[in-house]
Design a protein around this ligand. Structure first.
Ligand code: URA
Length: 433
């Protein structure tokens, strides 16, 4: 099929057929379509859009370009969860073992940190010895035998997404709804789960900062996932402030362990419970109240924490580090940042705090950069808390002081203090089923 006529059609705002989309996607996979033609088509899609059928066709053709994971040997409805990216977002570390403790087969493929947002793999790597490089056989056996495994997204799954993602990054075409939907869902569908729980973030630290765009993205992903035969649910959740009080890999692992021990109530704990109970609903077809009761039990009895330790041990990690935190990496210096005036914390900009943590070494500026698992930021106060003049609102955990001044200035810029308490933002804006 001729790429120029496909380009002409989309340039003129016409819809593409499944055959045309397949010709483009498989042409990339087989090295027949040059980057300049793909870039032109990406821009035409960005400007002209795609309807639901085109987006579903693009998603499925991308999912088919590599190997599709086969999880059929695992009994039950296998559930994956996906967050569109957040700061202090430790949800997987808590929700996956909680859902698994309730009997849900959790087969989770995770990514590394991206931009200002953290990645589950980096967090898990801060546990000494833990490996996420399981073979597909090891992965499926672990899910079958103990109900939960987390591995890195295989490069063989939806490889065309890697090509398109790299081109989008340099052609100003990242912010296109059909391209985001197909990019995320093609990888999730190729990963082989029967059900997908999406946590679509909204607010200053999210991929889609406005609520309207986040809702549209969530609804579209649910619709396209269902068209691909998957059970789908999406939560649209707040990412205007970091979810947990820790930003940084080992720091977030500690906070996740504290939540699972029932010692850290708050917004992060609440969201983890909501995510876990919806994974239970998706897998067992249960009503919300029954799923909520099961997940609460898994938290209160410590079954969720036991499941996390079991998973860490199965993947070669030191589960004792989840009890004795001195066995986790820790930073040499801790520097408290104090309030210049009394009042209420009225805002904590998630994106700026994520960038500040990256500058300390918790994230990457380039794909190759090594992460320092020990460093990051702990928020001593949360939005809405009262603060006295001279009281600490954040603590920097530092190994390399090279960018310390810039980090301090970013954190101070991100945190605002006002005379009155701000209106509380909802944690969950909408649940889309
Ligand atoms: N994450 C992805 O995998 N793809 C996108 O397009 C955006 C976020």
């Amino acid at each position: 099929m001729d790429m120029i006529s496909i380009l002409e059609k989309k340039k003129n705002g016409q819809r593409l057929t499944r055959e045309e989309i397949a010709a483009w996607v498989h042409g990339i996979d087989e090295g027949r379509v040059p980057d300049y033609q793909s870039s032109a088509l990406l821009m035409a899609i960005r400007l002209r859009g795609m309807d639901a059928q085109e987006t579903a066709d693009l998603t499925m053709e991308m999912a088919r370009t590599g190997g599709m994971a086969d999880l059929t040997s695992i009994p039950g409805v296998k559930v994956d969860k996906h967050s569109t990216g957040g700061v202090g977002d430790l949800t997987t570390l808590v929700a996956a073992p909680l859902a698994a403790a309730c009997g849900v087969p959790v087969a989770k493929m995770s990514g590394r940190a991206l931009g200002h947002t953290g990645g589950t793999l980096d967090k898990l790597w801060s546990i000494p010895g833990l490996s996420t490089q399981l073979t597909m056989d090891q992965f499926t056996r672990q899910v079958r035998e103990m109900g939960c495994a987390v591995i890195g997204q295989s490069k063989e799954l939806a490889p065309v997404d890697q090509v398109l993602y790299a081109l989008r990054d340099v052609t100003a075409t990242v912010d296109s709804l059909p391209l985001i939907v197909s990019s995320i869902l093609s990888k999730k569908i190729a990963a082989g789960c029967d059900a997908i729980l999406l946590d679509v973030k909204t607010g200053s630290g999210a991929l889609m900062p406005t609520l309207e765009d986040s809702l549209t993205l969530a609804r579209e992903m649910v619709r396209i996932g269902k068209m691909a035969g998957r059970r789908m649910m999406a939560l649209v959740t707040d990412m205007d402030q970091p979810l947990g009080r820790s930003i940084g890999n080992a720091l977030e692992v500690m906070e996740a362990a504290e939540i699972l021990k029932g010692r850290e109530p708050g917004r992060a704990c609440d969201l983890c419970l909501e995510v876990a109970l919806r994974m239970v609903m998706l897998s067992f077809g249960l009503e919300e109240e029954e799923a909520r009761r099961q997940v609460r039990d898994a938290l209160c009895t410590g079954a969720g924490f036991a499941k996390l330790k079991e998973m860490v041990t199965a993947q070669g990690g030191d589960a004792g580090a989840l009890e004795d935190y001195t066995r986790l990496p820790s930073a040499r210096e801790k520097l408290a940042l104090t309030a210049p005036e009394a009042g209420f914390i009225s805002g904590m900009q998630a994106q700026t705090l994520g960038l500040a943590a990256n500058l300390l070494g918790a994230g990457r500026a380039s794909k190759e950069q090594e992460i320092d698992c020990a460093v990051g930021i702990v928020l001593n106060k949360r939005v809405g808390d009262r603060i006295n003049c001279g009281e600490a609102f954040a603590t920097l955990h530092v190994n390399d002081p090279a960018h310390l001044e810039e980090v301090e200035s970013l954190v101070r810029q991100a945190v605002s203090i006002a005379p009155q308490a701000p209106k509380e933002r909802p944690l969950i804006y909408e649940i889309i089923e």
